[in-house]
Design a protein around this ligand. Sequence first.
Ligand code: CU
Ligand code: CU
Ligand code: CU
Length: 492
Amino acid sequence: MKPINRRKFLILSSSSALATLMAQCSLANTQENQQFFSSYPQINQSKDGILEVDLTANYNQINLGNKQAYVLNYNGQIPGPRLEAKPGDTIRINFTNNLPQPTNLHYHGLHIPITGNADNVFLHIPPGDRFTYQFQIPENHPAGIFWYHPHLHGLVAEQLFGGLAGLFVVRGELDEIPEVKAATEQFLVLQDFALDQQGNMLPSQELSIMTGREGNLITANGQFSPNFTIPAQGLLRLRILNASTSRFYRLSLEEHPFYLIATDGGALAEPVEMSELLLTPGERADVLIQANREPRKYRLLNLPYERVGMGMMGRGMMGRGMMGRGMMGRDVPESQPQVLATVSYNTQVAAVPLPKKLIPVPALPEPQKIRRFQMNHGMIPAQGMAFLFNGQPYQPERIDTQVQLNTVEDWELINTGMMDHPFHVHTNAFQVLSRNGKAEPYRAWKDVVLVRPGETVLIRMPLRDFTGKTVYHCHILDHEDLGMMGNLEIKA
Ligand code: CU
Ligand code: CU
Ligand code: CU
């Protein structure tokens, strides 16, 4: 594959240069950024049952936070336009590929057809071409935070890391719960970038592909550390998406617990209190925050998290020589909390209580079939390191898993490797039953679940409504591009 970085780069080779760049973008700039705070780029909402949008993928210079960056983007903005629809709506996306590479679109988490011009990840849209995506959101589709991003095998990590991601919000029942409706709603799209001082993307060879590329520049809604203002005694509804290629976010808001009200696939039965929240790539969390502390500014922190086992770091079990320069480990261990955003109180309102009940999450019936998926990495002759399901790297022509429509399956996800792998499956959301045999504390609809080294995670999935071919994969998208993906065929 031809790398996307066609311009000449000034490579940032020292971590001190990166540190300088980070410092420029730190909380110190909070004051100047005030006018941009909490604004979200273009929003497109459905009208009279139709959402029609022109969406163009570009590779050009845009404004990212307070600097000019030469990155990938939809409609000139990062993140891409926020699309909003309701159950039953028809969606028409007039897509243009202005990238120097082929691409396509995946509608992550949406329960829609997987064939034709809907959520078909096998489409290949060449440079300069146009394609119209069209589909209907089912009448019984849950409300929630979904998103779109490219999904062309081999180029997914690179294109997402360049900046291509946008929210797809489905509005519905959860939004009508009075306490939820009374909350101040904000979205938080977390992305990371690796740019040089001129704002050009660092080439892939300079990034840690094996562990999953990460950039030292973190943006929230395309801004550096935005501030969200809420009324004292009110509620903030923060709707968070991890749109990073590989980076995990371990979130904590100073002095405030999160009340989780919805996960990837929609609402919980009741709010769940959490002191911190781990979001792996592709995961979403919908949380309420009570503004019931002393009115001032509080920091939303990203706490350190190690997602690669010690054996894989530096000169671990596989020597650097085999991997090539810069492929193993990360530039600098991030041992300090980072500030992603801030929350501050302004005017006061009458206290808004937390909702007591949300939307029931029914238990699924017993499965017709139980399957096992072992996740690991290994060496493939004449190919090098690959990421594997059940010992095999992805083969586009091979069907790995055949399932029957209108059945329920249990999948046992076993990580025998040394890195965390967030497992994702398209089209049908699932419930996590247990982790290493320990039952999950509450029921939730998920489409990404973290499986750590040595863990066995049991999920239960109903196969509903749609037949055809789609995929499951690790959502550390470098792992997906390096083989950790399987073809799933849903048969009528
Ligand atoms: Cu995804
Ligand atoms: Cu992985
Ligand atoms: Cu996918």
